[in-house]
Ligand binder design. Structure first.
Ligand code: HEC
Length: 116
């Protein structure tokens, strides 16, 4: 059996190619200007205080995206609120914290910044 080649088989890819070319041509030239920029990032040597397992976990898992100051300058929170905060870091911001370390970190934070 022979397959028949229809004109539409050829027109469709041609149509898409023309659309793509049209889209590129429509882009203003300045849209693709690349510049070299340099920025000075703030540095911080501040770490989570202590050498408990919680402090170690916080120093291992909580300093990749922001400083300890970001955490330590928050208002005092209840233990539940700290747990919710640490879970938010993992679930929403994808902090790579092992699940068993979540309560360890939350308990530690509640011990140094807990709301009585
Ligand atoms: C993957 C990146 C990432 C990691 C790792 C991370 N965080 Fe965050 N954290 C963020 C971002 C992004 C914000 C800012 C959220 C905003 O501006 O609303 C933030 C903000 C915070 C805040 C401020 C309050 C808030 O909710 O915005 C606290 C407290 C905090 N992080 C605690 C922690 C703790 C504790 C850890 C370790 C378990 C941690 N973070 C690890 C991304 C991260």
């Amino acid at each position: 059996m022979r397959s028949t080649l229809h004109t539409t088989d050829l027109l469709q890819p041609l149509f898409f190619a023309l659309c793509a070319a049209g889209a590129l041509a429509a882009m203003p030239a300045h849209a693709l200007t690349l510049r070299v920029e340099s920025v000075q990032l703030p540095t911080s040597t501040r770490a989570f205080p202590g050498d408990s397992s919680g402090a170690k976990a916080a120093n291992s898992y909580c300093l990749t995206c922001h400083s300890a100051g970001m955490v330590l300058n928050q208002p005092d929170l209840t233990a539940d609120a700290w747990l919710a905060e640490v879970k938010k870091m993992k679930d929403t911001f994808k902090a790579p914290v092992p699940p068993d370390q979540l309560p360890v970190i939350a308990t530690y934070l509640a011990s140094i910044k807990g709301k009585k």
